[in-house]
Ligand binder design. Sequence first.
Ligand SMILES: Nc1nc2c(ncn2[C@@H]2O[C@H](COP(=O)(O)OP(=O)(O)OP(=O)(O)O)[C@@H](O)[C@H]2O)c(=O)[nH]1
Length: 378
Amino acid sequence: MKPVPRMLRSMNKRNNFHVISYQTYASTKINRVYKDFGKLLLLGDSGVGKTCMLRRFAEGEFDPSHISTIGVDFKMKTLEIDGIRVRVQIWDTAGQERYQTITKQYYRRAQGIIFVYDITDEPSFQHIGKWASDVDEYAPEQVQTILVGNKADNEPKRRVTKAQGSKLAEAYGMEFFETSASTSRNIKESFTRVTELVLQAYKNDVDHLLGSLDDYLDRAALQEEKDSTTTRDFNELSQLQSKYPHRLVVLGFPCNQFGYQENCTNAEILNSLQHVRPGGGFKPNFTIFEKCDVNGTNTHPVFAYLKHKLPYPDDDPSSLMQDPKFLVWSPVNRTDVAWNFEKFLIAPEGEPFKRYSKNFPTIDMEPDIQRLLRLTKA
Ligand SMILES: Nc1nc2c(ncn2[C@@H]2O[C@H](COP(=O)(O)OP(=O)(O)OP(=O)(O)O)[C@@H](O)[C@H]2O)c(=O)[nH]1
């Protein structure tokens, strides 16, 4: 990952165009058809069977090989509970220590957590206390938790008794299941139970606040919909770069000033792009710089210059930060960048040409790019 250059000119050695964008991996959601609600997290040591449990539950399959999860992965599953069709997102986290900074970022969005240990591996049982204290520290207070002892099919190698599991669960005020991803035992039951607990916990709250769960779900779905542009924008930036490999240079500037969504370290960003958001092995074919500030006292000179030259997005001149709680920099300025994925198109010689709001689809910049290409040829 490259340090952010001080000057546009230095980025412009080949007299090319640039699309400058900065991005984060916002919480994108997929669902449109059903109510998107429960966000569940599987936590526990590496090798206890979290990925296998999720695959068994979501896809009905069991794969005995162990490929350690990198960062986090997720699957969706629709459940019917008390007549409500709930589409839950289940996040499978890496148990390995080195991914803990990435996985902890997901705690604060969790509504339900399944702590998993392996009944044939005592240390994984002893470590539940550590997982639980991390959750206490990082997850919302309302989060619902259950305890699961997995690999219950492997009786000959059992090292943790069912009574020990029950006792620990009781101590933490959790419900307890012994499961087997291999035979399916209690897999559906445990995921369903934690979803029920989440619905109960959040229903009371939501009923109180908004009148009905349905309202809340609709609003949540709308919000998710709004947030769902991250994957699209990354892919479209890549598409543009592939389409004009020699005359367009796409540059990405990660920034953590918008909802603190880019909270990876520089060293983690590419890994997170590949495995978390957009995920699916995504490797940008364009340059991504180190993180920088685009607003406030420490605004990077590149963005100070761009905002000076293009004070507001062409498609949305009144674009300003709507919600004051997101104004985490100072001083606040009318020309400030409002959110992730605002884009700047820069002509040869580093002259800023047009600024686009986060709502402007990245791919729709193409006619402007073509126009600049034609002008340059002439
Ligand atoms: N006998 C038995 N083996 C299981 C069961 N669940 C998982 N395994 C095996 O345990 C190993 C680890 O399973 P994973 O699901 O990859 O473990 P994980 O907790 O996701 O591990 P990380 O991704 O490293 O955190 C694999 O070899 C699985 O075949 C089970 O219920 N019974």
